[in-house]
Write a protein that binds this ligand. Structure first.
Ligand code: ARG
Length: 398
């Protein structure tokens, strides 16, 4: 029996060229697997037809948008995970899901091999292969672009020689990866890290300088899960899609940074993540109101470690799973509403309320009704500063 290879197929040049290449070099029947994580752009049926025209024996498209949002974006939101304090892990969280779906399809088809189109310079090869290994340690994995050292020119030549139906003139100068959680843009003019991004880099966000006035929103959370927008109960996917539109129009969620890749390279990355930015800001404020200080401080440590693990391809790993339990527990009382006003690239919190609020008006107020016992503060401050006074007496500051 001819061996079967399940290929993670995006519809682009590299994965299209990989189909006839795998068929010839690996003497395999190629099954193209396209996972819809809300990348938009081309219609999924067009992508499927292209895979077949390139020689795939079968091409499947799997709508994984709900699963992506519920099982990948939501934990990222609840962790408030930002790699290097900025990047909301847009691509880093889609790779383990694509690997998971690819593995499931491979197993259902009896394919013992999977393939992906990543190069050797990025993080995504690591995320795919480490995830596949963690889910199905016996599956073999091929990376034709990386392992046979293709250049873009060679890929184009191969496509022309083999009459593949790919319009290479459509190619953008940037390398783009996008899904419902955001959009990642690299290469082209962005490789000069002093140059400001051209306007054509952006698609999810409008120019923050365009004065469109304020858009005010109220987001409701139940145990850390966004459940309604402006009083309308909605699925998480719909909330993310609507926030991408509304915050995107006001230029919210642009990030321009030099990032440390796992493979040791520093690279310039531009991201657009309107919904992720707004949801993280709202959740942070609700946590400020509902979470005690020790838990909040410890969560920051957990979030940073969680972000590093996920960035580094360790979504399916024992430590990540253990940290997930902490994060889930931390969300137990994160229920309530946050109001934000979106304008000129910012989403500013203007109000918050919660039945589980730890904010006590009578303790906080400086007006009548103050229930705080100021007399107990004196002794507290005395003891709090004791060790500092002691040290200063023994070792006077010079
Ligand atoms: N640097 C980001 C990451 O590693 C984005 C990678 C996006 N991939 C791409 N082909 N543009 O998560």
């Amino acid at each position: 029996m001819t061996r079967r290879v399940a290929l993670a197929y995006s519809g682009g040049l590299d994965t299209s060229v990989a189909i006839p290449w795998l068929a010839a070099e690996a003497s395999a029947e190629v099954v193209a697997v396209t996972v819809d994580v809300g990348q938009g752009g081309e219609d999924m049926e067009t992508i499927r037809a292209r895979a077949l025209a390139c020689g795939a024996v079968e091409a499947v498209v799997i709508d994984a948008r709900e699963r992506f949002v519920e099982e990948y974006c939501l934990p990222t939101l609840q962790a408030r995970a930002l790699y290097m304090d900025q990047y909301p892990l847009v691509s880093a969280i889609s790779r383990p899901l694509i690997a998971q779906v690819l593995t499931e399809v491979a197993q259902s088809l009896g394919a013992g091999t999977v393939a992906h189109g990543c190069t050797g310079k990025g993080n995504d090869q690591v995320r795919f292969e480490v995830s596949i290994g963690a889910l199905a340690p016996d599956l073999k994995c091929i990376a034709p672009v990386r392992d046979s050292g293709w250049t873009r020119e060679r890929a184009i030549q191969f496509a022309e020689d083999n009459g593949l139906p790919i319009d290479v003139t459509r190619g953008s100068p940037y390398s783009v990866d996008q899904n419902v959680w955001g959009r990642a843009i690299e290469t082209g003019s962005l490789e000069d890290i002093w140059l400001a991004p051209d306007a054509d880099v952006f698609q999810y966000t409008c120019d923050p300088a365009a004065d469109l006035g304020v858009d005010e929103i109220v987001i409701e959370f139940a145990r850390g899960v966004p459940v309604s927008l402006d009083g309308r109960s909605m699925s998480l996917l719909s909330i993310v899609e609507e926030l991408n539109r509304r915050a995107g129009v006001r230029g919210v969620g642009r990030i321009d940074m030099v990032e440390d890749r796992l493979v040791g390279i520093k690279s310039r990355e531009v991201y657009e993540a309107p919904a992720a930015t707004v949801l993280m800001a709202a959740l942070r404020e609700l946590e400020n109101v509902t979470t005690d200080r020790d838990t909040a401080r410890f969560k920051k440590l957990v979030s940073d470690r969680w972000a590093d693990l996920v960035y580094d391809g360790l979504w399916f790993s024992p430590l990540k799973t253990a940290l997930d339990s902490f994060i889930a527990e931390s969300q137990k009382w994160v229920t309530g509403e946050v109001r934000l006003s979106m304008h000129a690239g910012f989403a500013l919190t203007t109000g918050r309320r919660s039945d589980h609020s730890l904010y006590d008006f009578n303790l906080a107020t400086y007006d009548n009704g103050d229930s705080f016992d100021q007399s107990s503060a004196r002794g507290f401050v005395e003891l709090w500063g004791l060790s500092s006074r002691l040290a200063a007496r023994r070792r006077p500051v010079v």
